[in-house]
Design a binder for this molecule. Sequence first.
Ligand code: DX5
Ligand code: ZN
Length: 230
Amino acid sequence: MSITIAFYMNRKFAQVEPSMIAADWARFGDEAFLCAKAGIKIIHLDVMDGLFVPNLSMGPDMVLAIKKSCRDLILDVHLMIYSPDRFIETFAESGADEITFHFEATEDIEYVKNYIKKCNKKVGIAIKPETSETLLVKYLDNVDKILIMTVEPGFGGRKFLPDMLKKVRFLRSIGFNGDIQVDGGIDLKSGEESILAGANRLVSGTYFFNQSDRAMTVRQFNILCEKFVQ
Ligand code: DX5
Ligand code: ZN
């Protein structure tokens, strides 16, 4: 089913979402523009605080710059920061369309969840590899997306952890029908395994930006995304 038809039929569809941490940062805006030109609808923007993960990346000004230069792109902001509530409004005002925070980064999941909702943004909850998926069960109401980290967060280019797919299968088995995103080490092989496990959003950084023909890469991902069964 084509993404457009699925979208208007309000059916869930699967898609690839480039993680901009792996893009050429000297040409960040151009890279986002080229993603859109290649048929990408959503890009993934990793925000890191140097404490929750041992790395620093971008802030709200970068989100604003991308929103201004590529208005058609949906911006999925992945907050790898402690006390994410401090920055929800800033990222919402900077153009984030979706804000994902980490289960491990706050004492009050419901508060952060509701704060994002109050800012009229889609809300996602992410879990690290060592966090059990069963801890999410009581927080799934009104959550648009669960992000399953398939690498230890903090850097692009890490190896995919296939064991994490049991978390995807578990969420689908208990009837979670929001989006399930996998993030880290996603290429065509791990992407297909993830789709078959029930994920419908593939975040790909290093693999995606290492390919010279972006449009071809998007088409290759779209073919395996067709295997997604809701
Ligand atoms: C890791 C980030 C991911 C990662 C994806 O902390 O959340 O988005 O950068 O990049 P690759 O595909 O290179 O693992
Ligand atoms: Zn990410």
